[in-house]
Design a protein around this ligand. Structure first.
Ligand SMILES: [Zn+2]
Length: 206
């Protein structure tokens, strides 16, 4: 399989067109950025705390020579939920794996990253991990459209927020989506899991 290595990315314009800025789904972001004043380095209580944390992290950092492709050739797709720490929960070492996160661990939402991970960077196994207590179980698209409209006066009805009503069904559906996708080779191993935010355990679904 052809994959990129560190050398392979040199000279590549990483700003080039993976995102189509004229796509309507980006228009909300573009419009709101326009109305915001431009500041250079914004300093907040959060940025101050995190830069201080980073200074001590970088002071003892010794892993600057890792290869670009994940050493263990797998990817984890999980939710952005703040209660999940994939590296700690699964023992993922720096440089081992891709960890893709979005609201609900949606395979549809993550497909762009999954294709890049597999086709350009050589991963060949996917662990899809949704979780108990996920926010995506708590609303419908209609609810989200109403909230966005109320808060922002914006019409989000062209966005599928990909909520789901039943957790284990959603895991199965997403695994099925990946297995059927022409962008995911049959040889890629795919498993579906539920992470229990109450216990820290992962449970196999499919
Ligand atoms: Zn979640």
């Amino acid at each position: 399989m052809t994959v990129l290595d560190s050398a392979g990315l040199r000279g590549v314009d990483t700003t080039a067109g993976l995102v189509n800025q004229s796509d309507p789904k980006w228009s909300i972001t573009a419009a709101s950025q326009k109305s915001r004043p431009k500041t250079s380095a914004m300093s907040t209580a959060i940025t101050n705390a995190l830069t201080a944390n980073n200074a001590s992290y970088a002071a003892s950092f010794t892993k600057g020579d890792l290869a670009l492709p994940p050493a263990k050739k797998y990817l984890v797709l999980t939710c952005m939920d703040a209660r999940i720490d994939p590296a700690a929960a699964l023992g993922i070492e720096l440089g081992d794996a891709h960890v893709i996160r979005n609201a609900g661990a949606s395979a549809v939402d993550a497909l762009r990253s999954i294709i890049i991970s597999e086709q350009l960077l050589g991963t060949n196994e996917i662990l899809l991990i949704k979780h108990t207590g996920c926010g995506m179980l708590t609303f419908t698209n209609k609810d989200a459209y109403a909230i966005v409209s109320e808060n922002l006066g914006a019409d989000a009805s062209n966005i599928d927020f990909l909520p789901f009503p039943v957790l284990d069904e959603a895991v199965k559906n997403d695994v099925e989506f990946l297995k059927k996708s022409e962008f995911v080779p049959d040889a890629v191993k795919i498993s579906g899991w539920i992470y229990q935010v109450e216990t820290g355990k992962i449970v196999s679904v499919v």
